[in-house]
Design a binder for this molecule. Structure first.
Ligand SMILES: *[C@@H]1O[C@H](CO)[C@@H](O)[C@H](O)[C@H]1NC(C)=O
Ligand SMILES: *[C@@H]1O[C@H](CO)[C@@H](O)[C@H](O)[C@H]1NC(C)=O
Length: 307
């Protein structure tokens, strides 16, 4: 039902529908996390919610802005993360638990050993590559930038792998432990990539269709860093050609002097003050054992909204 899959993606979908479904779920999670990470920015990833199409069809992902770079890395990380997690949960036929970590096996005096179910990072990484990286040698800087930033996203998942352990032994003791590698919470990946967005590297291209940054001009300083090649617009107004929804109607913070302040977010157009009512869970009580009961309360508050 999803439109806009490439021939290669359709092939993957036909061969591995279950893995593809996990990949799509990963894209969905990534778009949400992207919105969380950029919630105080004028461009906040909402434009990636592509109404039945892959986020990759949104206008901003045809461009070379830092926001494009960040989005690519988030989406690639999301696919890898979701597929690896689904593998370890035994949900997919073509993968299961990953390798039993041998590279850093415990020493003889340690009382734990590898076991359990490692999240299958290798499988997740490979599927993310197959699904998102174009197979042909990339011809233009845009394609190269995409592949580079995809890789950065996946690298951040790998860098944040955690060791999780479970204790065995007489009750309460932790005489023996079994440990496995698990993917980090996706929030951790989002935060790490947000940090890299802050130090993304601008690639000055005299000629977009030649050499640019690969392979001759891909020095070590680019490895692991997000790269972009176009200066971003201010994203103040709606402009479909750059994937900008504009900031009219955005809730802003009147007292903040940062990016979420009305001054910056509304681009000097000013803001309206609206009275808004929303329903939230309240008076929650814990019942022994084990459930929580809440009431629904109406909260009426004043909100500031960009003109
Ligand atoms: C993100 O921006 C869109 C469009 O400007 C807006 O509708 C949405 O509420 C914003 N999201 C958040 C979390 O502020
Ligand atoms: C608005 O910004 C101020 C100052 O940065 C902060 O203390 C406050 O918590 C913010 N309010 C909301 C609703 O985010």
């Amino acid at each position: 039902t999803l439109s806009g899959l490439s021939k290669r993606q359709l092939g993957l979908c036909l061969r591995s529908p279950d893995v593809t479904a996990s990949a799509l779920q990963g894209l969905h999670i990534a778009v949400h996390e992207c919105q969380h990470q950029l919630r105080d920015q004028r461009w906040n990833c909402s434009a990636l919610e592509g109404g039945g199409r892959l986020p990759h069809h949104s206008a901003i992902l045809k461009r070379g802005f830092r926001e494009s770079a960040f989005s690519f890395s988030m989406l690639a990380a999301g696919v890898m993360h979701a597929v690896a997690t689904a593998c370890s949960l035994g949900k997919l036929v073509s993968c299961g638990c990953g390798w039993k970590g041998s590279s850093s096996s415990p020493g003889p005096q340690d009382t734990w050993e590898w076991g359990g179910c490692n999240h299958d990072m290798d499988f997740g990484e490979k599927f993310s590559r197959d699904f998102l990286d174009s197979r042909e040698a990339p011809r233009d800087i845009q394609a190269r930038m995409q592949i580079h930033n995809n890789r950065v996203g996946r690298q951040v998942v790998t860098e944040n792998l955690k060791r999780k352990c479970k204790c065995h032994g007489t009750s309460g003791s932790c005489q023996f432990k079994t440990c496995w590698r698990a993917a980090p919470e996706f929030r951790v990946v989002g935060a790490a990539l947000r940090e890299r967005l802050g130090r993304a590297i601008f690639i000055d291209t005299h000629n977009r269709n030649s050499g640019a940054f690969q392979p001759r001009l891909r020095p070590r300083r680019l490895s692991g860093e997000l790269v972009y090649f176009e200066k971003s617009p201010d994203f103040c107004e709606r402009d479909p050609t750059v994937g900008s929804p504009g900031t009219r109607g955005r809730a802003c913070n009147k007292t903040s002097r940062l990016l979420d302040g009305c001054g910056s977010l509304c681009c000097g157009r000013g803001h309206n003050v609206l009275r808004q009512t929303r329903v939230e869970r309240c008076h929650c009580r814990f019942h022994w054992c084990c459930y929580v009961l809440c009431d629904e309360c109406k909260v009426t508050e004043w909100v500031n909204v960009c003109k």
